[in-house]
Write a protein that binds this ligand. Structure first.
Ligand code: HDE
Length: 709
C-alpha cells in the first residue's frame, strides 16, 4: 500500500517551539559540576552521617540537614491517576498542511508555517502506575497543543468508541475493571468476574467490547496505533458557522499488534516494552509520526445517520464520511524528567481554543467536570496550571489569586473586575481579539434523565466491526473472549455474555460458547448480521439506499500499510562461525531502517545480547544462522518456537533448517513467513518482504480445537 506523501511545509518556523523550550528551560536544574546544597542553598559538608550525640548516641532533632532531606523524600509520591495511571510521554510538534479556515478559525489549524509544540501522553487504563505495558486494554492518546491562543487538549484513546453512553456510568465501569476491592487482584486485566458481570448487564458496551477483545488492545508499539477523539466535537469558522467533527490520528508506520500469548510473555520479560520502544525510537532519531485526520459532518446533516452523532458508542464509518488528513504530528524529544513532565501533565477535554467547541455528547459533558476536579487531588490544588509542563505559551492574565503552591507573583493589588484603579485591566478580549465564544446552539427542551432513541441500537456497529475483520482477526476476538470469560467463575455471567454476543454474531457466540459448553440462544438478528460470505469488504453504498453499511475496510488492521521494516526489531542468532553472515545480513536490514541485534550463546565483541538475556517475544522477526550450536540449547528452541507460534518472519540460513526436524517442528518449515537460503544474501529480499508483512497469521491453530485433538 503506497504511503501518502504529505505536502511539504512552505517554511519552517520554530518560534513557538522555542517559546515552550525556553519556558521549560527556566525550570530545568543541572547539577553537573555543582556542590551539594540543602533546598535553601546551604552547602552540605557531610552527606553520609546524621548529627548524633556522640558516634554511638541518638540522632539529634536539630539535624536540619537530615530533616530537609527526609521530609522531602517522605512526600515524593503523589496519588496516581484514578484511571490511565500507567503512561509514557514525549514532546513534539504539530503542523497543519493547509489552512482550514472554511471549517475552523483555530489559529494552529490555519497557518501551515506554524510549528505548534505538543506534549503527548500514551497510557493504559486499568493498571496501576507500575503495571505492565502489554495489558489487554484501551490505550489513552492525549495530546496537549501549546497554541498561540492557549492550550488545546485532545484527550483521546486508540479506540474510536467507548464502553458507556453517559458519564453517570463511568465510576461503575471503572470500579468493575480495576483490581477487585477485597483482594486487589488482578492487576491491569479485564479478565475477571466483576468486569464481565458489569459488561454482561450493559448491552451498550458491546461495540467497544469487540474492539477491546481485538488486537487493537495489544499494540506492537505506541508508535503503531491509531488515535481518536472519540466524541463528536464542533468546528466554528470566522463567520460563526459550525460543523461537526471527529478527530483521528493515523500512524505513518501503519497499525500493528502482537499476539496474545506474546503479550503475556512480554509482560514478564519486559513490562516496560512500550515505554522503552517509544524512548529508544526517539533517541535513535526515528521520530514517530501521525497525520491528523478529520471527519466533518455539515450541521444540516446532524440527523442524517442511523446513529446519533452524540452517542460515543458509535463511529462514523469512513465509507460514509471519509477521513481527510490535514496535518502531521512528530514526536521528537524525550522528557528530561518523568515526574516533572509525564506524571504532572494535566489534560482536560475542557481546554479549548476559539474555533473548536464541544457537542452535547453526554459522556463528554461529564468529562468536562471530571478532569479539572481530579487534578485538585492528584496535583494538590488549583494552581497545577502553573507547573511548567501545563503552562500555556500564550500570555495568561486574570484575577484568580492565591491557593496552594502559587507560583505567580501578581504585582497589582487590583484583583477584581470591573475596576478603575487598575485601568480596567485585564480587559475582556472580545471576539475581535480572539476571545472564546461558545457556539450559540439553540436550546429548548424539558429537563429529563433520558437518552435519544438512536442510542438504543447497541449491536449494529458491534456487528459491523466484527464483519469487517479478517479471519485471523476474528479468531483473535473469539480467543480473547474465551480467555477473558474463562477467568470468570460465575456461570450465569458467562451465559449472559454469550447471550449478548449472539446479538452481535451467532457464529461468534457459538465459537466462544464452545469453550464452555454453553448453548447459544436463538435471537432475532440485528439488521446487518450474517452477511453473505461473498460480500466484498468496504462496500460503499449511499446511506439513502442502505441505512447501515455492512463492512468497513478501515476497521481492519489487515488493511494497514505493510511496505516498510523501519524500526522493526530483528534478532539474528549467530555464534562465531556465523558471525560473517550475521554482519552482512545486519547491515542489509539496517540499511532498510530496522534495529538489529546479534545474539550468541555468550556475550562478546560484535554480539549484542546473550541467549540468556534475550527472548524472541521482544523482536518482530528472527534469523538463525546454522544448525550449530543451537540444537544443543533448550533456550534456542524456545526462542524459535515462540517466534513461530507468534507468526513472525523467520529466516533459516545455512543448515539451520535442520533444527525444525531436530526440535519436532518439521511440518513448520514450509509454513508461510519461513524463509530459507544458503546465505544471508540469498534470504535478505524475501526476509524483508516477510517482515514487512508483519505477521503470518495463517500459521495459527485454534487452541480449543487443538485441545480437542
Ligand atoms: Fe478519561 N479520565 N474519563 N476518558 N481519560 C482521566 O483524568 C473520565 C474517557 C482519557 O494521560 C482522568 O487526569 C470520565 C473517554 C485519557 O493524563 C479522569 C469519563 C476517553 C486519560 C477521567 C472518561 C478518555 C484520561 C484520570 C467518562 C477517550 C489520561 C486522571 C465520562 C476519549 C490522560 C485524569 C493523561 C484520564 C475521567 C472517559 C481518555 C478521572 C469521568 C471517553 C487519555 O478525570
Amino acid at each position: 500500500m503506497a504511503k501518502k506523501t504529505p505536502p511539504a511545509p512552505k517554511k519552517k518556523s520554530t518560534v513557538h517551539e522555542n517559546a515552550k523550550l525556553a519556558d521549560l528551560e527556566r525550570n530545568r536544574s543541572d547539577a553537573t559540576g555543582q556542590d551539594l546544597t540543602t533546598n535553601q542553598g546551604l552547602p552540605i559538608n557531610d552527606n553520609q552521617n546524621s548529627l548524633k550525640a556522640g558516634p554511638r548516641g541518638p540522632s539529634l532533632l536539630e539535624d536540619h540537614i537530615l530533616r530537609d532531606k527526609i521530609t522531602h523524600f517522605d512526600h515524593e509520591r503523589i496519588p496516581e491517576r484514578v484511571v490511565h495511571a500507567r503512561g509514557s510521554g514525549a514532546h513534539g510538534v504539530f503542523q497543519v498542511y493547509e489552512p482550514l479556515g472554511k471549517l475552523t478559525k483555530a489559529g494552529f489549524l490555519n497557518d501551515p508555517e506554524r510549528r505548534t509544540p505538543v506534549f503527548v501522553r500514551f497510557s493504559t487504563v486499568a493498571g496501576f502506575r507500575g503495571s505492565t505495558d502489554l495489558a489487554r486494554d484501551v490505550r489513552g492518546f492525549a495530546v496537549k497543543f501549546y497554541t498561540d491562543e492557549g492550550i488545546y487538549d485532545l484527550v483521546g484513546n486508540n479506540i474510536p468508541v467507548f464502553f458507556i453512553q453517559d458519564a453517570m456510568k463511568f465510576p461503575d465501569l471503572v470500579h468493575s475493571v480495576k483490581p477487585e476491592a477485597h483482594h486487589e487482584m488482578p492487576q491491569a486485566a479485564s479478565a475477571h468476574e466483576t468486569f464481565w458481570d458489569f459488561i454482561s448487564l450493559m448491552p451498550e458496551s458491546m461495540h467497544m467490547i469487540m474492539w477491546a477483545m481485538s488486537d487493537r488492545a495489544i499494540p506492537r508499539s505506541l508508535r503503531m496505533m491509531e488515535g481518536f477523539g472519540v466524541h463528536t466535537f464542533r468546528f466554528i469558522n470566522e463567520k460563526g458557522e459550525s460543523s461537526f467533527v471527529k478527530f483521528h490520528w493515523k500512524p505513518l508506520l501503519g497499525m500493528h499488534s502482537v499476539a496474545w500469548d506474546e503479550a503475556t510473555k512480554i509482560s514478564g520479560k519486559d513490562p516496560d516494552f512500550h515505554r522503552r520502544d517509544l524512548w529508544e525510537a526517539i533517541e535513535n532519531g526515528d521520530y514517530p509520526e501521525w497525520e491528523l485526520g478529520i471527519q466533518v459532518v455539515p450541521a444540516k446533516d446532524e440527523h442524517k445517520y442511523p446513529f446519533d452523532l452524540l452517542d460515543p458508542t458509535k463511529l462514523i464509518p469512513e465509507e460514509l464520511v471519509p477521513v481527510r488528513r490535514v496535518g502531521k504530528m512528530t514526536l521528537n524529544r524525550n522528557p528530561d524528567n518523568f515526574f516533572a513532565e509525564t506524571e504532572q501533565v494535566a489534560y482536560d477535554p475542557g481546554h479549548l481554543v476559539p474555533g473548536i467547541d464541544f457537542s452535547n455528547d453526554p459522556l463528554l459533558q461529564g468529562r468536562l467536570f471530571s478532569y479539572p476536579d481530579t487534578q485538585l487531588t492528584r496535583l494538590g490544588g488549583p494552581n497545577h496550571h502553573e507547573i511548567p509542563i501545563n503552562r500555556p505559551i500564550s500570555p495568561m492574565h486574570n484575577n484568580q489569586r492565591d491557593g496552594h503552591m502559587r507560583q505567580t507573583i501578581n504585582k497589582s493589588h487590583i484583583n477584581y473586575e470591573p475596576n478603575t484603579l487598575g485601568g480596567g485591566c485585564p480587559f475582556q478580549a472580545g471576539m475581535k481579539n480572539g476571545g472564546f465564544t461558545s457556539f450559540p446552539e439553540p436550546m429548548e427542551d424539558m429537563k429529563v434523565r433520558a437518552k435519544s432513541e438512536k442510542f438504543m441500537d447497541h449491536f449494529s456497529q458491534a456487528t459491523l466491526f466484527y464483519n469487517s475483520q479478517s479471519k485471523p482477526e476474528q479468531n483473535h476476538i473469539i480467543n480473547a473472549l474465551r480467555f477473558e470469560l474463562g477467568k470468570v467463575d460465575t456461570a450465569a455471567v458467562r451465559e449472559r455474555m454469550i447471550g449478548l454476543l449472539a446479538f452481535v454474531d451467532h457464529d461468534l457466540a457459538k465459537q466462544v460458547a464452545d469453550a464452555f459448553d454453553i448453548d447459544v440462544p436463538e435471537v432475532e438478528p440485528p439488521i446487518n448480521q450474517s452477511i453473505p460470505a461473498d460480500t466484498p469488504p468496504a462496500d460503499v453504498q449511499p446511506y439513502e439506499e442502505t441505512p447501515l453499511i455492512q463492512r468497513s475496510k478501515a476497521l481492519s488492521m489487515a488493511n494497514t500499510i505493510k511496505d516498510t521494516i523501519r524500526t522493526r526489531r530483528i534478532a539474528i542468532l549467530a555464534d562465531a562461525d556465523g558471525a560473517a553472515v550475521a554482519k552482512t545480513l545486519k547491515a542489509t536490514l539496517e540499511s532498510e531502517g530496522a534495529m538489529v541485534k546479534v545474539i550468541a550463546p555468550k556475550m562478546s565483541k560484535d554480539v549484542d545480547q546473550s541467549l540468556m538475556t534475550s527472548t524472541s517475544v521482544v523482536f518482530d522477526a528472527i534469523a538463525v544462522v546454522n544448525q550449530d550450536p543451537w540444537a544443543a540449547y533448550p533456550d534456542a528452541k524456545d526462542f524459535v518456537s515462540d517466534a513461530f507460534r507468534h507468526a513472525k518472519a523467520i529466516a533459516l540460513i545455512g543448515d539451520a533448517v535442520a533444527l525444525f526436524d531436530i526440535w519436532g517442528m518439521g511440518d513448520a518449515k514450509d509454513a508461510p513467513g519461513i524463509v530459507k537460503g544458503a546465505s544471508g544474501k540469498a534470504v535478505s529480499q524475501s526476509f524483508i518482504s516477510a517482515i514487512a508483512a508483519h505477521r503470518h497469521w495463517a500459521r495459527e491453530k485454534d487452541p480449543v480445537t487443538a485441545m480437542k485433538g
